[in-house]
Design a binder for this molecule. Structure first.
Ligand code: SF4
Length: 352
């Protein structure tokens, strides 16, 4: 029997009961513009009888994606402005992104790189481009960390991943290698010994940043896959996007962050959604996001708290945008908010 394949077309979505026959035509127009893929693990999680299913909302194309608003941009976080050679983004002094591949196992409908990923995207780096990317890393001794992203680097075979990590092993000044991926959740069976060996072949400190947005994504299989990574000595952190209709309520966010910690994944970033084209139906206001994040404080353990982050449009980097817990009060005092929202005075330092 053949292994189940990912769903890649509107017709296959309808066959799986994830679209009605009437919806196929309008979704085909979306699929002409943006890539579609839903792995069997994610398709199985969707409740087709729920029109607001948070997993479906992340992966099933929606005609709303054809509405592009004035503030949206094809390169919302400004990768291209900081790309000295193909495949490298050097935005901060001590680290670079290495984008080896622009393919993903699933295509998220809110993706910030949706104009770059997929079959019509930037593809996989050629061997010559990879040589130039490595020459760049080798010639910049300030690069302490290399972050493999894309696309999803874990779509590469273990052999090709190991070629990359073994090259990184030979660069003395690189101390940390980080992979950004959705694979442990969307294709958990892929996390086997060969792949883990390839991730660790750099012999550097290895981090895996798991992208997941709803607690239901942390299935038993996903938790087991993450367990194999952590047991192998890989440190795991999370990144999520705050998405309207997916996780923009306190219970869902709290469950998601707890699920990470239960899986030995430290919650790291909760991203405000980027201004990617055709994604306005996912965006909530910064004030709504701040209120949700403030509500996590006191409600769930300090271990479960993510940093609420905005990637400043245009490539200016990340900014922490959680509401300030402390403000200037009277007579030099500060006013500090507790987790109920009540204010308390805190004295200035003796020489302030
Ligand atoms: S896995 Fe990441 S890069 Fe790929 S579609 Fe989703 S958000 Fe975009």
């Amino acid at each position: 029997m053949n292994a189940p394949r990912p769903i890649r077309t509107p017709r296959e979505l309808a066959e799986a009961g994830l679209l009605t026959p009437e919806q196929v035509g309008s979704v085909e127009r979306v699929a002409e513009r943006y890539a579609v893929a839903i792995t069997p693990a994610m398709a199985d999680l969707i409740d087709p009888s729920n029109p607001n299913d948070p997993i479906a909302r992340q992966f099933v194309p929606d005609p709303a994606e054809l509405v592009v608003t004035a503030e949206e941009r094809s390169d919302p976080i400004g990768d291209l402005a900081h790309s000295p050679v193909e495949g490298i983004v050097h935005r901060y002094p001590d680290r670079v992104l290495l984008k080896a591949v622009h393919v993903c196992p699933v295509y998220c409908r809110f993706c910030f790189r949706r104009e770059m990923v997929g079959p019509q995207g930037l593809g996989t780096l050629s061997p010559e481009a990879m040589d130039r990317a490595f020459a760049y890393i080798e010639s910049h001794p300030e690069i302490w960390e290399v972050i493999l992203t894309g696309g999803d680097p874990l779509v590469l075979s273990p052999r090709r991943l190991a070629e990359i990590t073994e090259r990184l092993a030979r660069i003395y000044h690189v101390k940390v290698v980080r992979f950004h991926t959705r694979v442990p959740v969307v294709e958990p069976d892929k996390i086997g010994e060969d792949l883990i060996g390839a991730l660790k072949a750099s012999r550097k400190t290895t981090y895996v940043a798991l992208h997941a947005n709803h607690p239901r994504e942390l299935t038993d299989d996903a938790r087991a896959a993450c367990g194999r990574l952590v047991d192998a000595g890989i440190v795991m952190i999370s990144q999520s996007v705050l998405l309207k209709g997916v996780n923009d309520d306190p219970d869902t966010l709290a469950s998601l962050m707890r699920a990470f910690v239960e899986t030995r994944i430290k919650p790291y970033y909760l991203h405000h959604p980027d201004l990617a084209p055709g994604t306005s139906h996912f965006r909530l206001s910064v004030a709504e996001g701040q209120a949700l994040v403030a509500g996590l404080r006191g409600r769930i353990s300090g271990l479960c708290q993510p940093a609420y982050i905005l990637d400043i449009p245009g490539g200016y980097g990340k900014a922490a945008i959680g509401a300030a817990a402390i403000t200037q009060g009277r007579d030099g005092c500060y006013m500090v908010s507790d987790f109920h929202g009540q204010q308390h005075a805190y004295p200035p330092a003796p020489k302030e």
